[in-house]
Design a protein around this ligand. Structure first.
Ligand SMILES: *Cc1c(COP(=O)(O)O)cnc(C)c1O
Length: 386
């Protein structure tokens, strides 16, 4: 029986391994591999294992449940979780040896209660707001540090790290990055003055790890670049320019191929008109799978090595592409939304001139490559290449 997948995301783990090694060598810093959001859509557990194998000494996630999933899969590397509302199960976190980010005194108190209940020392990373005005302590910083010192003396916690996050690291050389780095250094002085001695200071994301060695400190947090994608194509160039290999190929089956006449209006709202007689393909993937509904015709699919643009609006489970009058494509053929088999076989040497990429999809709907890959839904089967 022939039961091929309707749609699949093929994740080249060897590309992720190479990217991690490349980025660690480039920055000369130990790495925390960021695997939040199902490893940016690439698959949490498989990517985490690969990153550790490639030399990452830490794993980072947003949510506690992501950290617990890794522990349940017997991943033993140090894990930091940084988006944990105070209602989270800190007892489970501490029991499972998950380090917690602490952005406020209120968070610290909840973690101390859990640690005291268990009689286990909780490992924490104090988070300071150095200018992004999102996470981390601002006016509260000095008091948070004193409270943390007190809690460390009591044995409830150990302050393992101090960290912050850049707002504009994808704008290399921008003075705001210097300001944030200086603020970070000042915040660390407060920590030292309080008699705390955390081993790990970390500030850099992918963009900073690529651009600004002064921000490395003791650990760089690698996200998008580890997946082979550029933090910002406009300011930093594309994957190829950065020496990165895109790890993800996305493909779906052609559900239907048919000839249509000039003048046909395509899809909901009839927003696009066929200019000359042609063949269309109906691709079996839609916005329920993460294909952006508002992508314009600068995105599309590669079918039989021909770039075939979208026509009309993307529907929930399908969208229409222009295959061209002479196309030999048939129902059941693969349509490549991101990358191509040829590209991934050659180690991701493709560019947006030869096929569609996460970058071209991002451009086609006014977003960033991060959103394109993280939104790939659970109906899309993940396939791993080693
Ligand atoms: C997502 C995230 C990162 C990774 O950012 P990239 O731009 O993907 O490298 C690093 N640190 C924190 C706190 C994050 O939330």
């Amino acid at each position: 029986m022939n039961t091929e997948n309707r749609a699949e995301a093929i994740v080249d783990l060897s590309a992720i391994e190479k990217n991690v090694k490349h980025l660690m060598a480039h920055s000369s810093a130990p790495a925390l591999a960021v695997v939040k959001a199902n490893a940016y859509g690439h698959g949490l557990v498989a990517v985490a294992r690969t990153a550790v194998k490639a030399g990452a000494s830490w794993l980072g996630v947003a949510l506690l449940e992501e950290a617990l999933t890794l522990r349940a899969a017997r991943v033993t590397a140090p894990i930091l979780a940084w988006l944990t509302p105070i209602s989270d199960d800190f007892v489970a976190a501490i029991k499972n040896n998950i380090d917690l980010a602490i952005p406020s005194i209120e968070h610290l108190k909840h973690v101390i209660v859990a640690a005291q209940k268990l009689q286990i020392t909780a490992h924490v990373h104090l988070e300071v707001d150095t200018g992004m005005t999102r996470g981390g302590a601002l006016y509260e910083w000095d008091e948070l540090v004193s409270e943390a010192k007190r809690a460390e003396l009591s044995g409830a916690i150990k302050v393992v790290g101090v960290w912050s996050h850049f707002a504009r690291a994808d704008e290399p050389g921008h003075e705001f990055n210097d300001l944030q780095r200086t603020n970070f250094e000042k915040a660390f002085e407060v920590v030292k003055q309080a008699g705390l001695n955390p081993e790990i200071r970390h500030l850099s994301n992918s963009a900073a790890a690529l651009n600004d060695a002064k921000a490395n400190f003791d650990l760089v947090r690698l996200g998008i670049a580890m997946y082979g994608l550029s933090p910002d194509v406009k300011t930093m160039g594309d994957s190829k320019k950065l020496g990165l290999i895109p790890a993800l190929t996305l493909r779906a089956k052609l559900h239907l191929v048919k000839e249509v006449p000039a003048g046909s209006k395509v899809g909901y709202g009839g927003t696009a008109e066929i200019k000359t007689d042609t063949k269309i393909g109906v691709v079996a993937m839609g916005y329920a799978d993460g294909v952006p509904r508002n992508a314009d015709n600068s995105a599309g699919v590669l079918v039989g090595n021909k770039m075939s643009p979208i026509i009309g609006r993307v529907s929930m489970d399908q969208f229409v592409v222009d295959l061209g009058k002479e196309s030999q494509a048939r129902a059941g053929d693969w349509a490549y939304l991101i990358g191509s088999v040829i590209g991934s076989d050659k180690g991701g040497s493709y560019t947006s001139d030869t096929c569609y990429t996460a970058d071209s999809w991002a451009g086609a709907c006014g977003t960033i490559n991060y959103e394109i890959v993280t939104r790939i839904g659970p109906r899309v089967k993940r396939i791993y290449l080693d």
